[in-house]
Design a protein around this ligand. Structure first.
Ligand SMILES: Nc1nc2c(ncn2[C@@H]2O[C@H](COP(=O)(O)OP(=O)(O)O)[C@@H](O)[C@H]2O)c(=O)[nH]1
Ligand SMILES: [Mg+2]
Length: 166
């Protein structure tokens, strides 16, 4: 039997939006500038505690590269939560959230969906406004937030929401 407080989560979205950095920021409380592409899929296991309760998160970090789409799809179908990430400083990555949601996610599976705008650094040149992300999330019945793995802004909040708010 499966552990009741286990959640399987997959991070998807374009290359370089910061999927890996968000997980590293939470897990190691660090941020590193050099870009190391994710090859296929990486796996992380996290335990998140609140009060007496611990929720175990199994997180799959995917490559945004089309070469791995089929592999990613397999893991998506096994995930309760799908987190679609874009870079608020890169409008194309925001437009591509539609591709990820409509073309790649099987909407019949009733996954919980999160849309997350990353790189919301203090003083960042914001090219995609918070309202635009929020409207898109409403359209797809998704949770929405902006985070920065560089400054750490909202990163804990994101993982708390993944673990507990649903
Ligand atoms: N300014 C800024 N850069 C970031 C942030 N998060 C990630 N990056 C940078 O964006 C690049 C891609 O990050 P990475 O996590 O590898 O993206 P992935 O391909 O989606 O996994 C790296 O050079 C990171 O240092 C952020 O919050 N702010
Ligand atoms: Mg990556």
């Amino acid at each position: 039997m499966e552990h009741p407080a286990l959640k399987r989560i997959i991070f998807i979205g374009d290359c370089q939006v910061g999927k890996t950095s968000i997980i590293h920021r939470y897990k190691q409380r660090t941020f590193s500038e050099p870009y190391v592409p994710t090859y296929g899929l990486d796996f992380y296991s996290l335990g998140i505690e609140r009060n007496e309760e611990i929720v175990h998160l199994q997180i799959w970090d995917s490559s945004g590269s089309p070469r791995f789409i089929n592999q990613i799809k397999n893991y998506m179908s096994n995930s309760e939560i799908i987190v679609v990430i874009y870079d608020i400083q890169n409008r194309q990555s925001f437009e591509n959230t539609i591709f990820w949601i409509e073309k790649q996610i099987d909407r019949n599976m009733q996954h919980k969906l999160f849309i997350v705008g990353n790189k919301s650094d203090p003083g960042a040149q914001e090219r995609v406004f918070w309202e635009e992300g929020s409207i898109r999330a409403k359209q797809y019945n998704a949770f929405f937030m902006e985070v920065s793995s560089k400054s750490g802004e909202n990163i804990n909040h994101l993982f708390q929401c993944l673990a507990f708010s649903i």
